[in-house]
Every structure is written in C-alpha cells, then in structure tokens.
Design a protein around this ligand. Structure first.
Ligand SMILES: NC(=O)c1ccc[n+]([C@@H]2O[C@H](COP(=O)([O-])OP(=O)(O)OC[C@H]3O[C@@H](n4cnc5c(N)ncnc54)[C@H](O)[C@@H]3O)[C@@H](O)[C@H]2O)c1
Length: 309
C-alpha cells in the first residue's frame, strides 16, 4: 500500500521541497496550506492541495481522518519576525494553537510529527556559540516565543501518546523558491536586488552573522527526523556575515552595487551559530552543501524563476 504523508505549509518555500522529496520516496502527499504566504504553483501536481487554515481544528481533523497519514511534516506557520512584532496575537494563534491542532489531529491517526521550529530566533543574543539544544531559550520576538510554546505542545503530545514526534530547530534556510518579497530571506532578497539593479539595505550595518543552511540539506534532515523524538538543531555550525552574503552574491552576479547600511530591526539577533553535533550523532545527518556552492545554486535558480515571472 502507498504510504501517505501530510505536509502543512507545503505551498511554502521549504514545505514545497519537502513535498517533492516525499513524492520521490513514493509517498502519496496531501498539502495543507491557507496560501497566506504560500503559492499553489510551488506544489507538485502529484500532491493533493487542501486550502485551509490550521487554526480550524475541525477542518484539519476532517482531512487527517480521510488521509490517515503515516507521517506529518508540520511547516505551516506565521514565519515572519517583523509580522510577529506587529501582530503577536495572530502569530500566537497560527504558531501555537495551529500546532496544538496539528498534534491533536495527528494523535487521532497515530501519525508521526516533525515540527519545524527556529534555531535563529529562539536562543537569544547571550547564548554561547555554537549554541546547543539544551540552552534555555530566550527569544527576542513573539515569533521565537510562539515557536518555543509550540515545541512544548509537540513534546507533551509525544510523551503522553508514546508516538515519537521530532522538533527541528532550523538555522537560516536559503535556496530556490524562497520569496524575495518578505522581510527575511536575505539570499533571495539580495538576488532580487542584484537582478533588478536595486540598492539593498544591510541591517545591523552588515555585521550580523547567521548560520545559513541550504534547503536540500534541511529536507534531508526533516525526513531523517521522522520517527525520532528528539529536538535537533538543523544548520551548518558555520556563521557568515550578512555583508559576506551580499559580496559573494555580487561576485556570482558579476555586479557592483553599493548597499545602504541601517540599524538592526526590533526582535533581530546580532549573531547565530548552532551546534549540530546532536543531529549528526542521532540522525546520521550533516549539511552537505557549503555556502559558496549553495549561494551560486540559489542565485542561478532564483534568477530563472524571476525571469519566468
Ligand atoms: N526559512 C527559514 O529560514 C526558517 C528558519 C527557521 C524556521 N523556519 C520554519 O520553517 C517553516 C517553513 O518556513 P518557510 O520559510 O518555508 O516559510 P513560508 O512562509 O514560505 O511557508 C509557510 C507556509 O505556511 C502557510 N501558512 C501560514 N499560515 C498558515 C495557516 N494558518 N494555515 C495553513 N497554512 C499556513 C503559508 O501559506 C506558507 O505556504 C515555518 O514553520 C518556519 O517558521 C523557517
């Protein structure tokens, strides 16, 4: 019998790559997405897209009981730090209540859940680097707080049901299909600026560092985490300055544009680098794509996407 999986947020940047990988592994895939930041065109035609809000428990349960999934990959989220500062109530509703709804609906069909939390927005600025998973979170934004609360529900439901659910705390993910129109996702934003000849703004004057991880590596980690009950950082363990990302992409593009410099925005971290040794030990996973190669692959793919319109 064909195994089935549900991907919430499967019309989003990372979720759409998870959908493709699961189809490649022989799964029948159902996508749950309200298309608030996602795009139906990103969803593989073999997948069954259901447009609904994860805050609606009854609608969620109807789809889960129909599909009877073996595995859930829960990526649907209000994923913007800036939006979470502007509207913390909606951030909480989607990220906390929505996640509780997903684990409740999953419990009724005995499905394994993998939840995508954040490694970048959770640990705060005072955490030692590289930051391990056992560091007590100190989020600077409502988004970090809602992801932490959601993690607690995922873990509690796993403990009480005996079904292993995993939490993956992602670094700064980049790659093809990332939208350049949000406030995050500098690789995509910078690529768009280079392609259209616009001047970018480097917040924090270009000096903040992030642990950038290529989307294909993230997908491999999420698949490896299904059926595990741990909390794993999913990143590279390498930090790169925002200014370096800009200059490397400029080299790939063969263009020179002088960026504008500005202060960090509210809720944004100065530095982030995650310890990835637990995922290496327990999942047998490590990121394979070095940043220089990932930036080149992403630049080429995104420019082709922009030109297709
Ligand atoms: N991109 C990153 O660097 C990064 C880093 C850490 C964690 N994450 C997490 O990974 C996941 C995917 O992120 P992404 O970058 O692909 O973001 P994205 O915005 O591209 O994808 C999120 C998807 O969820 C959908 N969605 C939002 N609210 C919904 C709701 N109420 N009901 C149903 N669907 C809803 C959106 O339409 C979208 O398709 C998110 O949980 C995010 O918090 C991302």
């Amino acid at each position: 019998m064909t195994p089935s999986a549900i991907v919430t947020g499967g019309a989003g940047f990372i979720g759409s790559h998870v959908v493709d990988a699961l189809i490649g592994e022989g799964y029948a895939v159902t996508v749950i997405d309200d298309l608030s930041s996602g795009d139906a065109l990103r969803v593989a035609k073999e997948a069954d897209l259901r447009e609904l809000d994860i805050v609606d428990l009854r609608a969620l349960e109807t789809v889960f009981s129909e599909v009877q999934p073996r595995a859930i990959f829960h990526l649907a989220a209000q994923a913007s730090v800036v939006a979470s500062v502007e509207n913390p109530g909606r951030d909480c509703e989607v990220n906390v209540q929505g996640t509780l709804n997903v684990v409740q609906a999953a419990g009724k069909c005995g499905a394994l859940v993998v939840f995508t939390s954040t490694g970048g927005a959770l640990y705060g600025d005072d955490a030692p680097m590289p930051t391990r998973e056992d560091r007590i979170p100190a989020p600077l934004s409502p988004y970090g707080a809602s992801k932490w609360a959601a993690e607690a529900y995922v873990k509690t439901w796993s403990l009480s049901s005996g079904i292993p659910h995993a939490v993956c705390r992602l670094g700064n993910v980049y790659g093809p299909r990332q939208s350049p129109h949000g406030e995050a996702g500098v690789v995509s934003i910078f690529t768009h600026h280079l392609h259209t000849g616009q001047t970018p703004t480097l917040y924090g004057h270009g000096s903040p560092t992030r642990d950038y991880v290529y989307v294909a590596d993230v997908v491999n980690a999420l698949l490896a985490a299904s059926g595990r009950s741990g909390t794993y950082n999913v990143a590279t363990g390498v930090e790169t300055e925002v200014a370096t990302v800009w200059s490397e992409l400029s080299n790939v593009a063969g263009k020179r544009i002088e960026p504008e410099l500005a202060d960090l925005r509210p809720g944004e971290l100065k530095h982030s680098r995650l310890d990835v040794s637990l995922a290496e030990r327990e999942l047998g996973w490590r990121a394979e794509v070095p940043i220089a190669e990932g930036l080149r692959l992403t630049y080429e793919a995104l420019v082709a996407e922009f030109e297709r319109g």
